[in-house]
Design a binder for this molecule. Structure first.
Ligand code: SAM
Length: 356
């Protein structure tokens, strides 16, 4: 594909993506496949700078339970995973994490877990309400999977204002290869539309290089995001997890993930795009490379050190040093070393001045 487009037409494609926020499906595939992506990165960084300057937003990630009722074939905390010590943090543990994070300067807390129905809606609402009461200047983001609309509404009423739910893949056939028959893309999408309708700032996204993924699948992912117009877009490479059906599948490519981050920045100019933990786990420089490709959010881990390694979505998941909130100073130095600045701010999405 790459060879098919001359250097000159590739340059023209990037310029058009910069100017109009869209190009054809064939051109999108060619960009994903680029091996030398300097011009694409430069365009993405220029666009990010225009809207967000040098600011990098940080969110404290609290992985509060690794119990999960689902059996996604790729995930290391799936219900059928054997030999994994399961944990659940209580309300006071979670609040302590937030208090710790607040002292470090974090103003957004992301509560993530497997789909753990042992936390009732009432318990979750109490947790959200108590975080917002102690820290009214902070945003609470949830990432706890698929729920009925009434539950999403209850969390929103309790004070949660953002929700992260990756669609994982927008191609029904591919979705069925990654998930058991009990799960459906239809319900995943229903959740995303409900969340939007309720008024959440919504984040979605997908893994890059998940098993059986084709370039056409990735084009469908980008087209679905254009329909959804999420405020946040999280992507990261698939990384195999031992003990799962995909334990022996190859990991996703760093370069393709970086190309896609740049493309997302150009297609969704105002979106908040994290440089994810999985990017930092496949390469020691991954998180910084993500920022240099156009991402503008980092999510250091605020979970207690005693449980951090148990939230093992994939092998060799980074959780120490600059990945952890306690290493925030290291992170700030690394970020300023490449010319950006970690800001203490809720970091809400900027309103769009024009349709993109
Ligand atoms: N249960 C919630 C949900 O379904 O959205 C949140 C937790 S879920 C584990 C968070 C994300 O981890 C998923 O959306 C998936 O994209 C990512 N993930 C899971 N296994 C992974 C793997 N092996 N490699 C990379 N990312 C993975």
């Amino acid at each position: 594909m790459n060879e098919l487009l001359s250097l000159r037409s590739m340059k023209a494609t990037i310029d058009r993506l910069f100017l109009t926020g869209d190009v054809s499906n064939e051109e999108l595939k060619a960009l994903m496949d680029l091996r030398y992506n300097e011009r694409l990165k430069e365009a993405a960084v220029a666009r990010r700078k225009e809207h967000y300057g040098n600011a990098i937003y940080v969110r404290g990630l609290i992985e509060f339970s690794n119990h999960c009722r689902n059996n996604c074939f790729y995930c290391g905390i799936r219900a059928a995973q054997k030999g994994l010590r399961r944990y659940q943090l209580g309300q006071s543990d979670i609040l302590n994490c937030c208090n710790e994070g607040y002292k470090l300067g974090l103003r957004t807390f992301v509560l993530q877990s497997g789909e753990d129905n042992e936390y009732s809606d009432e318990t979750l609402c109490n947790i959200i309400y108590s975080i917002k009461s102690s820290h009214p200047d902070c945003a609470v983001t949830l990432s706890i999977g698929e729920k009925p609309r009434a539950s999403y509404q209850a969390y929103f009423n309790a004070g949660a204002e953002r929700y992260l739910l990756r669609h994982e893949t927008a191609s029904p056939g591919h979705y069925a290869l990654l998930h058991p028959a009990s799960m459906s893309l239809e319900n995943r999408k229903r959740c995303l539309w409900d969340l939007k309708d309720i008024g959440y700032q919504v984040g979605s996204g997908f893994m890059v290089g998940s098993p059986f993924q084709t370039l056409d699948n990735l084009v469908s992912d980008l087209r679905f995001l254009q329909e959804l117009q999420p405020d946040m877009i999280g992507i990261g490479p698939f990384i195999p997890a031992r003990g799962t059906p995909f334990a022996h599948m190859p990991a996703g490519s760093l370069t393709r993930t970086l190309n896609l981050i740049s493309m997302l920045r150009l297609m969704f100019q105002y979106s908040l795009i994290p440089s994810t933990t999985s990017l930092g786990s496949i390469s020691p420089q991954g998180r910084l490379l993500g920022l240099e490709a156009g991402a503008n959010v980092l999510m250091p881990n605020l979970s207690p050190a005693s449980v951090r390694t148990l939230y093992s979505l994939y092998d060799h998941k980074a959780s120490l040093g600059a990945e952890s909130a306690s290493g925030l100073d290291i992170l700030k130095k690394e970020v300023s070393g490449i010319g950006y600045e970690v800001v203490v701010d809720r970091g809400d999405v900027k309103p769009q001045k024009e349709a993109n």
